[in-house]
Design a protein around this ligand. Sequence first.
Ligand SMILES: Cc1ncc(COP(=O)(O)O)c(C=O)c1O
Length: 368
Amino acid sequence: MRSTKAIIDLSALRHNLKTIKSIASDSKVMAVVKANAYGHGLVEIASALEDAEMFAVATLKEALTIRKAGIETPILLLEGFFDASELDAIVEHDLQMVLHHWPQIEDLKKFSKNFSTDKKIACWVKLDSGMHRLGFAPEDLAKVEQQLEQIQCVDKPIKVMSHFASSDEPECDFSDIQIVRFEQSTEHLIAEKSMANSAGILMHKNAHFDWVRPGLLLYGCSPLSDSCGADYGLHPVMSLESQILTIKAIKAGESTGYGRHWFAEQDTILGLVAIGYGDGYPRHAKNGTPVWVNGRLVPLVGRVSMDMLAVDLGADAQEQVGDRVVLWGKELPAEKVAPFMDTIPYTLCCGVTRRVEFEYIDSTQDQT
Ligand SMILES: Cc1ncc(COP(=O)(O)O)c(C=O)c1O
């Protein structure tokens, strides 16, 4: 059987949550599990994060998947509702939501007129402190507060949040500007506040506020270039593994794969690995991308195919068919692989396809 699999280590995940809690020790943690928990499996990850005080997701469907699994932890919809028809389910399943633009407030006013339960919806007003993606302009906050005050189904006091544009660039001072804008525009409010994503948690202690919102850190990766999760005491949660499917000796000057994108400089031995872009290994990975085989790193050579890729094992290779290969994970951090694909660890984890078997382990080794 083809043995391409993603091994998901739930004890590493819990260890990472504990580590984040020690870094942001005065804040509660909203664990970001959107996009199928960054490709790790939403229900399995949410079930293992018993110590997270809240989950954050992007869609109602994601929130309902968590609720259907019997998990009662508070959940925040990071983009709120897309359509007013979602509001009944938001109330029924006790979800919290972000409000980021006026049409949502207009819909809430209409919804509230027919609102006949004692339940209220906890709302986070998102402020645009400079990213210019989602959020109200800080100067609109007073008007937003005034209007929400009048809406019966909105739980009071409201909560406030913002999001960093470039917290993963330590040399850039824009995050400091955003923190000041957020602080100044919300200082009059006695409200729960949230700003820091993973990079914010690592780089901006003054932005931890009441709630931190880690995504990538939970999964054991660093959002900062030139560093790995291990530098912050984190353990990779996903290991993407496969096996050598066949071994092939080729002569100097010969090529491998579609388009003949790499030529052997000397006689060598190739290992063909049973993983390709059909499994989520990026097709545009460059020659030289590191691949872990039997305890050593060898270069990817030639174009990645749908079902397989080639590595140069060298003329003296001792590898055998069936030997274990790690594309990223414990032996080879995703942060070290991603630059060879002009991407970031986020997309690698999110991109693993459904063809890959997911195996969940809870290693007993002491992770603390
Ligand atoms: C609003 C918001 N908060 C927090 C996060 C988590 O980000 P990270 O994975 O960098 O921690 C995200 C992710 O995109 C987000 O959109």
